[in-house]
Design a protein around this ligand. Structure first.
Ligand code: CP3
Length: 355
């Protein structure tokens, strides 16, 4: 543990009594906590200004810059949690995978992983590989005080998809070809990624992150039986690796309506829901003992304040009997969103749910 911080998931921690941490633990809250996936960066002019001329991956490796970008949405929108500014491919870059993040495209991998020999190139991650993460989080938790910092990582399936396809993919055909055609190679790949991801999340928690989110953004491409066979064991290994820290573990993917129960079973304390399944129905699918996070359709933010309020009321109504609710969008903030609409949304949820 870092010297300046109690173990993050325990009552001694400064962030323990925040609305966000309470909602994750399914305790009573003063108001429904709000944060937004991809809140750091994207639509903020102050982000575009500090990022000027700095490539995305390089910006993730400069602790001062990471600190500033992570704090920007907290200052501006008064969200209840910060999310660490980075990207899901940073730990892969850190272990020497030749990749880049291309603006408007996403992560692109120079030599995709398709064979056993390719897999052998993926080594384990050590804390020193990501020294800049430890340093940035150390500074951030000092500044954030009682506001929790969410650490995150990409889940094995979503990381494997980028590595096997070589970049973003609509159909994940090479990924599925390996999963169905060479199940042993696939199992070994996601198992290796689980170790890397678990190690990466541990670094963030030990540096002071109060919660972690595992993004399995593209896993909605799978049927439940294939999820159980080919993905769940690796995701569960990641959650098990961080279980001893007692920090809330959030799990999110897009188009995962049929997988919500299984994603909870993988070991999440909080299941993230996109906008396709109402939260009361999501709660039935997930079952008792878990909080939910979500789930306003991000596109609603383009529709004007009245529509935003009406759709937010719908989300809050569906959430009223949940054991724990963290308000979020059903996926990330879009680059063209009006930052003021996001600030108004935070205030609206806080006001509507004040107890
Ligand atoms: O949530 C936050 O604000 C923290 C920062 C964050 C980024 N990426 C910064 C980023 C987080 C949590 C991510 C996670 C991430 N990255 C995911 C999972 C979340 C999701 O959206 O489902 C995925 C799938 C990626 C991979 C990735 N990286 C994509 C698809 C893109 C967008 C490409 C584009 O330009 O449209 C990136 C690049 C990226 N990651 C940007 C940011 C701010 C934009 C790059 C830039 O500003 O130059």
């Amino acid at each position: 543990m870092s010297a300046n911080q109690s173990p993050t998931g325990r009552p001694q921690s400064k962030t323990y009594d925040s609305a966000f941490m309470k909602a994750c633990r399914r305790e009573a809250v003063p108001h429904t906590p709000v944060w937004f996936m991809r809140q750091a960066g994207r639509s903020l002019p102050e982000y575009l200004k500090v990022r000027e001329g700095v490539p995305m991956l390089e910006s993730c490796m400069r602790p001062e810059l990471v600190k500033e970008i992570t704090l920007q949405p907290v200052r501006r929108h008064k969200v209840d949690a910060a999310i660490y500014f980075s990207d899901i491919v940073v730990p892969l870059k850190a272990i020497g995978v030749d990749l880049d993040i291309k603006p408007g495209v996403g992560p692109v991998v120079a030599e995709p992983i398709r064979t056993r020999a390719d897999l052998d190139r993926l080594r384990d991650l050590t804390p020193d590989d990501v020294w800049y993460v430890r340093e940035a989080i150390g500074m951030l938790v000092e500044e954030l005080g009682e506001t929790p910092l969410i650490g995150f990582a990409g889940a094995p399936f979503t990381l494997a998809s980028y590595l096997v396809e070589g970049g973003p993919s609509r159909n994940h055909e090479n990924t599925k070809a390996m999963m169905y055609g060479d199940p042993q190679l696939w199992a070994d790949l996601v198992d290796r990624l689980a170790d890397i991801t678990g190690a990466f999340l541990k670094v963030q928690i030990e540096a002071g992150a109060s919660a972690v989110q595992l993004f399995d953004s593209w896993v909605g491409a799978l049927a439940p039986a294939d999820y159980v066979r080919s993905v769940l064991p690796a995701s569960a290994k990641v959650f098990d690796a961080v279980a001893p820290y007692d920090v809330p573990r959030i799990h999110f993917g897009v188009g995962t309506g049929e997988l919500l129960g299984l994603m909870g079973e993988a070991g999440a304390d909080v299941v993230g829901v996109d906008w396709r399944v109402p939260l009361d129905e999501a709660a039935r699918r997930v079952g008792p003992g878990k909080a939910l996070q979500g789930n306003l359709d991000p596109a609603v933010l383009f529709a004007g304040p009245q529509a935003v309020q009406a759709k937010t009321d719908e989300v809050l109504a569906a959430a009223k009997d949940l054991e724990g609710h963290v308000f979020n969008l059903g996926h990330g903030v879009l680059p063209s969103m009006d930052p003021d609409a996001l600030s108004r949304l935070v205030e609206y949820v806080h006001t509507r749910t004040a107890r």
